[in-house]
Design a protein around this ligand. Structure first.
Ligand code: CA
Ligand code: CA
Ligand code: CA
Ligand code: CA
Length: 297
C-alpha cells in the first residue's frame, strides 16, 4: 500500500469504528409490574407506572446525601467474602434516590412469605429476591430500592432505574453504607448470591445484584393448593414446612385428611402444586403420600 492509500484506509477504518460503537443505552423510566398466579404463568394482576408517578405517589427513598456502596469481587482468593469491607468498594458508589421495591410490589397485590420477586432489566438480565429480603430486610442489607436519580447525573443517569440496597453502616468498620459480600452471605439465601467467575475462582459480588435499567418486576407466588373436591376449604400447612397435611382445611391433622387425599388423589395429581402433597418427597403426588400422611398422624 502506498502512503496515501494507507492514510485513506486508516481514515476509513477510524470512521467505521466510530460508527460501530453502540450508542449508550438510555435509562428506563417506565416499569411493568406483574403478579402471577400460583402456576407462575397466569397473570393475576398487572400495572404500569413511570418514574413521575412513583415520585408523586410513593415515599422517596434516599436522603440525597448518603453514599451507598455495593461491593464488587475481592479478587483475593483467600478473602472471598472480605467481611471487613476493605476491597473493591468503588465498584458501585452512588448517592441515590428511588422507590422501595416493596411499595412497587404492593401495587399488584404484594408478596407473601415464600414468594419470590424477579427484577428484570430492559435487556432481559434478571435476578430474584425472596419475600424476607424485600419485606423484612436486615438492616445490614437495607431495603431494596429502584433508584431513578443519582447525585452525579440527576434523572439523566443512564443506569437508572437501578436496584440498590440501602444498607446501614452497622457492618462496616468505617461506618460506611456498604452492602458487602459478607452482608450478601449473611442476609440472602445461597440461591440468591451473585458470583463473578475469573478463571477457576468464583468471587462473590454483591454489586452483581445491582441490576441496571430495570423495566419489569415479576412476583412469583409460592404455590398454594386449591380445595380438594368435593371439599370447599383450602388445605393448610400447619407447621410451615411447605407440605399441606391438613388436606381438608379444618385446622388440624386428622384421619379425614387421609381420606380426603385418598379420594381426591387423581385430581390432586393433576391440579395441585406437587410440593404441597408430596409427603414422601419423590416429586409426584401418589398413593405413597397417602400412606405417609397416615403414618404421620
Ligand atoms: Ca456492610
Ligand atoms: Ca406441613
Ligand atoms: Ca384436617
Ligand atoms: Ca409423592
Amino acid at each position: 500500500m502506498t502512503g496515501a492509500w494507507r492514510s485513506i484506509a486508516m481514515v476509513t477504518l477510524a470512521v467505521l469504528l466510530v460508527f460501530a460503537v453502540p450508542a449508550a443505552a438510555a435509562q428506563t423510566t417506565s416499569l411493568e409490574l406483574v403478579r402471577y398466579g400460583w402456576d407462575n404463568t397466569t397473570v393475576k394482576n398487572s400495572t404500569v407506572v413511570d418514574v413521575s408517578w412513583m415520585k408523586a405517589h410513593l415515599p422517596i427513598m434516599g436522603d440525597g446525601v448518603t453514599h451507598y456502596h455495593l461491593q464488587g469481587p475481592s479478587f483475593v482468593p483467600t478473602d472471598l467474602w472480605n467481611p471487613v469491607e476493605s476491597l473493591n468498594l468503588e465498584k458501585i458508589n452512588e448517592t441515590v434516590k428511588g422507590t422501595s421495591l416493596r411499595d412497587l410490589c404492593d401495587l399488584v397485590g404484594g408478596m407473601r412469605p415464600g414468594d419470590e420477586v424477579q427484577v428484570r432489566a430492559a435487556d432481559g438480565f434478571r435476578k430474584r429476591l425472596n419475600y424476607t429480603n424485600v419485606y423484612t430486610p436486615p438492616s445490614r442489607q437495607g431495603p431494596p430500592v429502584l433508584a431513578w436519580w443519582n447525585a452525579r447525573n440527576g434523572e439523566a443517569w443512564t443506569d437508572g432505574m437501578r436496584l440498590f440496597f440501602l444498607a446501614d453502616d452497622s457492618s462496616n468498620p468505617n461506618h460506611w453504607h456498604v452492602f458487602g459480600n459478607e452482608d450478601m452471605r449473611a442476609c440472602l439465601a445461597p440461591a440468591y448470591w451473585h458470583y463473578f467467575s475469573d478463571g477457576s475462582v468464583n468471587y462473590p459480588s454483591a454489586a452483581g445484584l445491582s441490576i441496571s435499567r430495570v423495566a419489569r418486576i415479576e412476583i412469583f407466588p409460592v404455590p398454594t393448593p386449591l380445595p380438594v373436591p368435593p371439599l370447599t376449604a383450602a388445605p393448610s400447612d400447619l407447621n410451615g414446612d411447605g407440605r399441606y397435611e391438613d388436606v381438608n382445611g379444618n385446622g388440624r391433622k386428622d384421619f379425614a385428611d387421609v381420606v380426603a387425599l385418598f379420594n381426591g388423589l387423581a385430581w390432586c395429581a393433576q391440579n395441585e402444586p406437587i410440593t404441597a402433597f408430596d409427603f414422601n418427597g419423590n416429586n409426584r403426588i401418589d398413593f405413597a403420600d397417602v400412606v405417609r400422611l397416615f403414618e404421620n398422624l
